[in-house]
Design a protein around this ligand. Structure first.
Ligand code: THG
Length: 263
């Protein structure tokens, strides 16, 4: 499983404050902690409150790269904000995200080509997030086909079935699992399947437990990557153990330590 750290997001108060006060030491500490805990990529989202989102994204990317050298997932709904992040990225970035909306898809495929970035597509479009597995899969297929048409390798396409809070739609998790399976068989090699895990537990009382179980269920159904909180040790332990039980690496008594050392 590829872990994408979720903690550099203007949704969090400490990040919002650091952006406002241009205090890069706070951002750099969050970046280092996530990488030390096993994040192999970091999600970067300026959040809803930044006054100048383009400038904030550029500042975040530059600050993070001074501290760690993992690739970044440039997370924004706005293409100009994404482009500001891509311009500053020293390594191959992940564009997070496009949807199936044609104009947006065209614009973001253009950016992926211009900057040699990978592309993450959400299985939703201008009409919102479809309820049915078939409709979500169809949008995933549209994004994948458009990327291939433009010459992006399938390997660079990541698809997100879109996870909604269990509190607001209890049938959502079943749809997510089924959509993961359907997206995996769209092509060979398959696109990478990714979710924003913490969405599932928003508003729940016992968030860590809900996140942990949802992650394991996703992994069992073919999930390749997740945007999550790598500082949640029990979540990381559950992920590593799920990979073990699916025979992705060899058992030894100290497998949790061994897995972490090998990262
Ligand atoms: N798919 C993709 N990208 C994504 C998401 C997705 N990026 C953003 C998000 N979803 C994943 N990241 C988070 C980060 C934080 C939370 C959820 C998802 C979260 N935050 C607390 C909350 O809302 O309760 C904030 C708590 C606080 O204010 O301190 O849960 O799905 N491709």
């Amino acid at each position: 499983m590829l872990v994408i750290g979720e903690l550099i997001n203007g949704m969090f108060k400490n990040v919002r404050k650091a952006i406002k006060e241009k205090d890069k030491s706070i951002i750099q500490e969050i970046a280092r902690k996530q990488v030390a805990a096993g994040a192999q990529m970091l999600d970067v989202n300026v959040g809803p409150a930044a006054a100048d989102e383009v400038a904030a994204m550029q500042w975040l990317v530059e600050s993070i790269q001074e501290a760690v050298n993992v690739p970044l997932s440039i997370d924004s709904a706005k293409p100009p904000v994404i482009e500001a992040g891509l311009k500053s990225c020293q390594r191959k970035a992940l564009i997070n995200s496009t949807t199936g909306e044609q104009a947006k898809l065209d614009a973001l495929i253009g950016l992926a080509k211009k900057y040699g970035a990978a592309l993450l597509g959400l299985c939703m479009d201008e009409k919102g997030i479809p309820n049915s597995v078939a409709a979500r899969t169809e949008i995933g297929m549209k994004i994948l086909a458009a990327a291939m048409e433009a010459g992006l390798p399938t390997d660079d396409v990541h698809l997100d079935p879109v996870v909604l809070p269990v509190k607001f739609g209890q049938d959502q998790i079943g749809s997510m699992l089924q959509t993961i399976k359907e997206l995996k068989i769209l092509s060979d090699p398959a696109p990478k399947i990714v979710v924003g895990l913490s969405n599932v537990s928003q508003g729940c009382l016992n968030r860590p437990l809900v996140n942990r179980i949802a992650l394991v269920m996703g992994i069992a159904n073919g999930l390749d990557e997740a945007i999550l909180d790598p500082l949640d040790t029990q979540l990381m332990d559950a992920m590593i153990t799920a990979d073990l039980l699916l025979n992705k690496f060899i058992y030894c008594d100290s497998y949790l330590d061994a897995y972490r050392k090998a990262l």
